[in-house]
Design a protein around this ligand. Structure first.
Ligand code: HEM
Length: 329
């Protein structure tokens, strides 16, 4: 049931495009207005989120620490698990952003006889890496629509991606990896009982959306074919701020574009914004130097305290009457 609503939402989006483009001929709305609106919502939303995070005070260093902190010279510190300076933090962030290092260390607990043991659980890490890296490669490849002459690195990636030379047009390896990874990420949410229990409809929606984007892209490239020259003309018009309706591009392209627009507009308000959040996460981007630097809460103000001595002075007689021992007679 948790999956049904998001699934129907994506089906509704697809039907909306079919009705709008194929039946009502609203090419300007779906080819120009919607992408611009989505780009604006994405940009403003992302800036809003980052500014809000940036304004949140972090008075203490609160890094996640899993290794030995730098302390006495004869105790070996772990500079990446528990970085004490900026260099270590940068390495830790790079490993996190490009290799999802903390996810790699994911373990699952299970009983082995009477003992509780920890087993390596690489599948989430593997599928996460497969998904994100193939997504990146696909997006880079798409830059061919955004430049008049295709940049050499984009050509190189295209060449590498289709190196198997299977079929006409040649199959891109990342297309297969992308769809397989999204499918796995969906299946684990419906088959693993613990994951199922904590899954929300908001976890399924982006998965269906991404699958819809991938599937419509694959349909366009390998089956129905669209006028790629027309697509490039439309995209160049959009990015040069001289938008023009281009006729003759199939409805499947507008479905692709509308799902992407939805993804972008949805991005800043959803869990997907972790792509920006990882850089502003205090548990990741701070060093652990609490044995070197005394961090004083900047909001600390002089508090009028009532010491034990004063307390005893106030209540000494009553304490003695009640048989409570006192420090001074
Ligand atoms: C979130 C970003 C996007 C993703 C994940 C995505 C995904 C895909 C995938 C998996 C394919 C299959 C073939 C291939 O890999 O090249 C594809 C094809 C295609 N995409 Fe996208 N796409 C994205 C953005 C866009 C945008 C912004 C446009 C243009 C406005 C676009 C236009 C096309 C076209 C025209 C094809 C067919 C290419 C061909 O026939 O060679 N896509 N897309």
């Amino acid at each position: 049931m948790k999956a049904l609503l998001p699934f129907l939402a994506v089906v509704f989006l697809v039907l909306l495009v079919i009705a709008g483009v194929k039946a009502a001929g609203l090419y300007f709305v779906f080819g120009v207005l919607v992408p611009y609106a989505a780009a604006a919502v994405f940009l403003l939303g992302f800036v809003y989120r980052v500014v809000k995070w940036g304004k949140t005070p972090v008075p203490f260093h609160i890094p996640t620490t899993c290794g030995q902190q730098k302390s006495l010279p004869w105790i070996k510190p772990n500079g990446i698990e528990n970085p004490s300076g900026t260099g270590g933090v940068v390495i830790r962030m790079l490993l996190e952003v490009f290799l999802f290092r903390s996810l790699f260390k994911n373990r699952k607990t299970k009983m082995k006889g009477e003992y509780l043991t920890y087993a390596w659980a690489p599948w989430l890490w593997l599928s996460g890496m497969a998904f994100h890296w193939s997504f990146l490669f696909i997006v880079i490849r798409h830059l061919r629509f955004f430049f008049q002459s295709v940049p050499v690195p984009v050509q190189a990636i295209e060449h590498l991606d289709s190196i198997l030379n299977w079929g006409v047009p040649a199959l891109y390896i990342t297309d297969v990896i992308f769809l397989a990874a999204v499918t796995y990420l969906f299946l684990r949410r419906v088959t693993l009982s613990q994951v199922k229990a904590i899954t929300l409809p908001a976890d399924f929606f982006p998965l269906f959306l991404l699958f819809g984007i991938g599937a419509s892209g694959v349909l366009m490239r390998y089956y129905t074919r669209v006028d790629v020259v027309g697509v490039k003309e439309l995209v160049m018009g959009l990015v040069s701020l001289h938008p023009a309706v281009v006729s003759g591009i199939g409805t499947i392209f507008y479905i692709h574009l509308f799902l992407i627009s939805t993804l972008f507009a949805y991005f800043p308000w959803s869990k997907l914004v972790h792509a920006g959040g990882v850089f502003l996460s205090p548990t990741r981007n701070l060093s652990n130097n609490s044995r070197v630097v005394r961090h004083v809460n900047p909001w600390s103000y002089p508090v009028k305290v009532h010491t034990y001595e004063e307390y005893e002075d106030d209540f000494r007689e009553k304490m003695k009457m009640a048989g409570v021992p006192v420090e001074r007679e």
